[in-house]
Design a protein around this ligand. Structure first.
Ligand code: NDP
Length: 302
């Protein structure tokens, strides 16, 4: 395949590009910054990779078989009214541009597949409900962001196969939520964050990359697909497993105020969780490499 990827320089994108490149697909990195992308994907390691800034996105998208859309301002950025606006606008802007470029591509060079990211924040938060792809959307800000983000992707031409991946909290080495949680955890000798009762719908980085890869290559992957592991855990358990893996006790709760001091309102991503099940992925026969958080954390920290 020839695949154009936005957000390719990010935590998930980097790993996806490595995987696509290793499997001999042609990759076009759609970025805001060529120099940044060149450092991440040096020509020596990634011969043949195309790196394009926004004015060249059109040429890249035309002639690609597929587009993966992952770009957006990180939501763990400390929230101010401006940041909040940018969290939404950055996603809508890039998605809208990608969709317009696909829709306006002449037939013959129009990509046939769009895999676009969204998040489990779509469902809102609850300590008691269980959500899957058929569940309605929530009422909070992140739910609104996800709805508009998805609605923008849904404007792609009907003859393009669209997979919307509602991604959970991605756990991996060197980045993502875990990298942010570990220092806090060390500071407070480990322990649940907030009440600890909140649900934490996580997925290992390898599994989300595999799921996106499947969505690119398997025509059955269509519509909304939750990108979460089959066994979400309460945050207290997640912290206990993290504590065990780090050889630290997990009994002092990390207070809400400490989290909020580090993450601002963005702490709500961790403090208000949701229990999300990957019903579609299971129906599609997707094999999770890491179904249990204990094994995921162990491999990440080893
Ligand atoms: P990252 O934050 O690591 O990377 C996102 C990429 O988006 C960056 O590399 C950057 O690419 C681009 N970007 C950053 N800011 C902006 C901006 N203001 N406007 C336009 N583009 C911007 O994201 P992840 O890899 O962690 O996640 C990928 C997608 O999946 C994101 O949209 C995220 O919301 C979603 N997701 C991720 C989860 C996770 O746990 N990681 C959980 C749920 C959803 P460049 O500089 O090259 O343009």
């Amino acid at each position: 395949l020839t695949v154009s990827v936005t957000g390719a320089t990010g935590f998930i994108g980097k790993r996806l590009v490595q995987r696509l490149h290793a499997d001999k697909h042609s990759v076009r990195v759609l970025t805001r910054s060529r120099s940044k992308a060149q450092l991440i994907f040096p020509v020596k390691e990634f011969p043949g990779i195309v790196i394009a800034e926004e004015r060249d996105w059109k040429d890249c998208i035309q002639g690609s078989n597929a587009v993966v859309n992952l770009a957006g301002l990180p939501i763990s950025t400390r929230w101010s009214p401006e940041v909040k606006k940018e969290i939404k606008q950055s996603r809508i802007k890039v998605t809208s541009k990608v969709v317009d470029l696909i829709n306006s591509s002449p037939e013959g060079v129009r990509p046939a597949i769009l895999v676009s990211a969204t998040a489990v924040g779509y469902y809102g938060s609850s300590e008691t409900q269980v959500f899957d792809e058929r569940s309605p959307s929530g009422k909070d800000y992140l739910a609104e962001v996800c709805r508009e983000w998805e609605a923008t992707a849904l404007k792609v031409n009907k003859d393009v196969r669209l997979a919307l991946i509602r991604i959970g909290v991605v756990l991996g080495k060197d980045g993502g939520a875990l990298a942010k949680m570990i220092p806090l955890f060390m500071m407070f000798a480990g322990g649940p964050l907030g009440s600890g009762q909140q649900w934490f719908s996580w997925i290992h980085l390898d599994d989300i990359v595999n799921l996106i890869y499947e969505a690119l290559t398997n025509p059955s992957y269509k519509g909304v697909i939750n990108g979460t592991a089959p066994n979400p855990v309460r945050l207290a358990e997640m912290c206990e497993q993290l504590g065990n893996a780090m050889g630290r006790p997990s009994w002092l709760p990390v207070p809400d105020f400490a989290l909020k001091a580090v993450l601002g309102e963005g702490a709500s991503v961790v403090l208000d969780g949701q229990r999300v099940l990957p019903t579609r992925a299971k129906e599609l026969g997707f094999q999770f490499k890491y179904p249990q958080v204990k094994d995921a954390i162990k491999t990440i920290l080893s």
